[in-house]
Design a protein around this ligand. Structure first.
Ligand SMILES: [Cu+2]
Length: 164
């Protein structure tokens, strides 16, 4: 019995284990991805959505401060809306807060960190209770890490896959 267990575990290739762990990472395709984290007093919800329009008749986002939106007609064309919703004591943070957001592609090749110009925005027609922070970005398929810090907190870290 003891022999059997030892044999089985030694036969279990670590590559298979690694692949299994990677499969457990959240994946975003066309569908939306949502993850939660807590840093200091802040509850942070990361969302990776399809790129959103900031202007024109079909604008879904209203810019309310911070940096300039990355518009849909820019090159390279954005394909994702990388944003965080922030709550403190259960209520959305809608004041101009110092939000820092950066991402890094980890696979198929490791890239340097990319700082996201953070727009403060809310959903058109839904009011400032829907305030969130981030921007449109261009994400190639692969595995990503995202770091978020609010008011200089130690950053929250998220990991996920982007599929085509
Ligand atoms: Cu938005």
């Amino acid at each position: 019995m003891r022999n059997k267990i030892v044999r089985r575990s030694s036969l279990f290739p670590s590559a298979v284990l690694a692949a299994t762990l990677l499969l457990l990472l959240p994946v975003t395709r066309a569908q939306n991805l949502t993850q939660h984290a807590k840093v200091g007093p802040f509850a942070i919800t990361l969302k990776v959505l399809p790129a959103e329009a900031f202007r024109g008749p079909h604008a879904t986002m209203v810019s309310a401060g911070g940096r300039q939106p990355y518009y849909l007609n820019r090159h390279p064309r954005p394909n994702r809306h990388l944003v965080v919703f922030i709550k403190e004591h259960g209520r959305p943070v809608i004041a101009a807060t110092r939000v820092q957001l950066r991402y890094r592609q980890l696979s198929p090749r490791r890239h340097p960190w990319v700082r996201v110009p953070v727009v403060q925005m809310y959903v058109s027609g839904k009011g400032r209770q829907t305030t969130h922070y981030g921007n449109n970005v261009r994400l190639a398929p692969g595995r990503y890490a995202v770091q978020v810090s609010v008011d200089r907190t130690y950053p929250a870290v998220f990991h996920f896959w982007v599929k085509k």
